[in-house]
Design a protein around this ligand. Structure first.
Ligand code: FAD
Length: 443
């Protein structure tokens, strides 16, 4: 099959790089594309933010057309699917039949293959772990052309989970769905006045099925860390189907749209939506899980220069000090960012490079500007000093030394790569930047 030369970015649209892009519809085409390429990487829906799904001057194999449901067992809830099936697809097909994926990231556009490659987490990590905790097996196309069935517990399973596509291409996977009734959650929203209150409210919310905090990252002084806390419980209610109204961002926004006063006004309005006494309402699961999906291409709000997302996790004990320092650094830099997300994470993920570890995770966006690198480097240092780690699905600038310190199982991961892909044919811009295979870092 023919490739197209294309310049692509991640969801943050910075950086970009040019690769030969294949979009196979059949497995045989994918296998041929992988066999013929000196350097290759799978790419799903491109919802990782930085340079993880890019491969400058190499090949990218898009899985978006490999999106068939291959089988479902209604006695066990086991779904077998191709890797390009998305979270939206699964929700739309299975929720009306009484089944849902137990773990879902904040966008329904991500693919299931991409979800394994980043071992994604949702708003329920304390209770349900990460996506791969529910994956029973996957079929992996290796650099040699061999297709291997990889089951839980295998070293190759733990390397591929969170392994950023570097072990091979997942061509099919089996994941267990949860039995559910209804399509709604009971959503409780409450205003939170500052970071201390946020941390204790989120700590208490670990017992809820779902919890997520939205922080006004421009608030300072006594209001530092103020925001809204959402907790939710599944219900048996079936809300009538809503007509899907997806809005588009018609153009790349100009720089002034992100000035601090504009962002401040947005963040305040968002907080005032909820009355001082809080409120409770039924919300469709899809809207609760994927609030940003209502606006297609929302990444254009940050303009042509693109943006960065920073996401870290820091242990509970370090969270008050580390998160205060981070929020202060962000507010001092006047780095306009729409609402930041604060969540709790539970037990460590099983992947060698899984992001989740117990603690608080903070995520927020910054427009790509000349000074952004300095701020991100400061946040990276604060994360490291607190014994935390950065989320590679969001990263585009971290240093190899920090990542090696944050991910102590990196040598074990490298040992698996050396075994399954000794020539290093599966690679990415991120892998080269961070020297993930060892000895190949650019800086
Ligand atoms: C609005 C938004 C909200 C988000 N919320 C969350 C969240 O709450 N929690 C969370 O954990 N993440 C979250 N993310 C990040 C996102 O879930 C992950 O980056 C996910 O991996 C994206 O999947 P994708 O299909 O777009 O993969 P891509 O971005 O295309 O690729 C990501 C990685 O997966 C690899 N990959 C893709 N397909 C395969 C395959 N078939 N075989 C092997 N490797 C493969 C690629 O090589 C690459 O390394 C969010 C992203 C956005 C844009």
């Amino acid at each position: 099959m023919r490739a197209k030369t294309q310049t692509l970015g991640g969801w943050g649209r910075w950086p970009t790089s040019t690769a030969s892009v294949f979009r196979p519809e059949r497995l045989a085409e994918l296998q041929r594309a992988v066999a013929d390429a000196p350097s290759v990487l799978a790419r799903g829906a491109g919802r990782s933010y930085g340079d993880q799904a890019l491969n400058q001057s190499g090949s990218l194999v898009l899985t978006t057309r490999l999106n068939r449901l291959l089988g479902f067992d209604p006695t066990t809830g086991l779904l077998v699917a191709e890797p390009g099936v998305t979270f939206r697809d699964v929700l739309a097909t299975f929720q009306p039949r009484g089944w849902r994926l137990p773990v879902s990231p904040g966008t329904g556009f991500a693919t299931l293959g991409g979800a394994i490659a980043n071992d994604v987490h949702g708003k329920n990590h304390d209770g349900r772990g990460s996506f791969s905790d529910h994956v029973q097996w996957f079929d992996l196309l290796l650099a040699s052309g061999e297709v291997r069935r990889v089951v839980r517990g295998d070293a190759l399973f733990r390397a591929t989970v969170g392994g950023m596509g570097l072990t091979g291409v997942i061509i099919a996977l089996a994941v267990t769905l949860d039995r559910v009734t209804g399509n709604a959650v009971l959503l409780k929203e409450q205003r939170i006045t500052d970071l201390d209150h946020f941390l204790s409210a989120l700590q208490a919310a670990r017992a809820s099925s779902y919890s997520v905090g939205w922080i006004d990252a421009l608030a300072r002084g006594r209001a530092l860390g103020r925001g809204l806390l959402e907790t939710a419980e599944p219900t048996d209610t079936t809300l009538p189907p809503e007509r899907e109204r997806r809005r588009r961002v018609p153009l790349d926004f100009p720089g002034f749209a992100l000035s601090a006063p504009m962002v401040r006004a947005f963040n305040l309005a968002y907080r005032w939506r909820v009355p001082t006494a809080g409120r409770e309402r039924l919300a469709p699961v899809a809207k609760f899980l994927y609030p940003l999906d209502a606006i297609e291409d929302w990444n254009r709000i940050y303009g042509k220069r693109g943006f960065h997302q920073f996401q870290c996790v820091v242990p509970d004990a370090e969270a008050p000090r580390a998160l205060t320092a981070m929020l202060q650094a962000i507010a001092d830099a006047g780095a306009a960012s729409f609402l930041a997300v604060l969540k709790t994470l539970g037990p460590r993920g099983q992947g060698m490079l899984s992001f989740p570890q117990p603690g608080f995770t903070l995520a927020l966006d910054f427009p790509h500007r000349a000074t952004t690198g300095e701020l991100l480097a400061r946040l990276e240092r604060l994360t490291l000093d607190a014994g935390g780690r950065l989320y590679l699905a969001k990263d585009s600038v971290a240093s190899p030394a920090s990542i090696a310190a944050m991910y102590p199982d990196l040598p074990a991961f490298q040992a698996v790569l050396a075994e399954v892909d000794p020539a290093g044919r599966f690679t990415s811009d991120m892998a080269r930047r961070l020297g993930v295979r060892g000895g190949e870092a650019r800086r």
